[in-house]
Design a protein around this ligand. Sequence first.
Ligand code: C2E
Ligand code: CA
Ligand code: CA
Ligand code: CA
Length: 278
Amino acid sequence: AKATAGASWLFFDATMKQAAQARLEVEQALGRALAAGEFLLEYQPKFSAGTRQLCGFEALVRWERPDRGRVSPVEFIPAAERTGQIKALGGLIIAMACTQLREWEQTLGGALPVAVNVSPLQFEDPLFAERLLEQLRAHELPPGRFEIEITETAAIGHVERVLPQLAQLRQAGVPIALDDFGIGQSSLTMLRQLPIAAMKLDSSLITPLPASDAAAIVQAACVLGRSLKLEIVAEGVETPAQATSAEALGCTQLQGYLLGRPLPAAIATQLLEQALRK
Ligand code: C2E
Ligand code: CA
Ligand code: CA
Ligand code: CA
């Protein structure tokens, strides 16, 4: 028994070492990438339900690795959160979105809101909201042009820290969307507590539409959202049937591959230019 225990300890130790090494490797790679400017934003359009007019964008980060090509945020955001580098990366993402919005204002004479995903760890900086508002001022952006998306799991875990800053942002006119609604816990309490302007129904609720059980849930969520005067965004709309069903059930905005994939800045600019001309 002794020998087994010893062997499993050795194994455990080796696994820990591997994990530590892997972590160090990611940390170094992310650090290099930040220094080398390998991150960029794509912009996925959002559309008003019914009219199907462009009503804004969601900024989604991409890592363009010289050796491996484009890496999905699902692969590196959790790593950046583990290493703490999400603070630097998150700051860069906000700065890039502000720069793009400013460029649109200057070249097109206007813009539509851009939503940026914010990790709960970014709120560990007690001046997060302050710095964000300062950036908007520095870029001469009306606060309503910039939105933030936060997941309910994120908000729940850190209410004391997150809530006052969200309230400050909302007060200053920055709309807040509750992301991935329907897959977290305690959604109802959160909806009442958080100063939000929109709820985004997770694609897992939208994909099964127009099946009647999914439709019942989406409809209930829309009744709730409407009574709280929220925008209700259907995420992951991939088929015409899902789109018409989401609209009929009360969603106010649509987002998904059917209407538009995440786009490089240049293509998003063309789409925006067309929309502003109308
Ligand atoms: P999310 O915020 O829920 O973003 C929606 C994801 O769904 C995006 O994946 C988007 O490309 C994808 N998507 C949009 N429409 C469709 C559709 O019709 N079908 C399918 N199958 N997928 C669709 P992406 O860009 O890979 O981002 C994944 C997640 O990574 C995001 O989920 C978000 O949680 C996180 N993320 C992305 N950008 C950022 C960022 O700048 N900061 C932070 N903290 N997290 C980010
Ligand atoms: Ca999002
Ligand atoms: Ca989402
Ligand atoms: Ca998601």
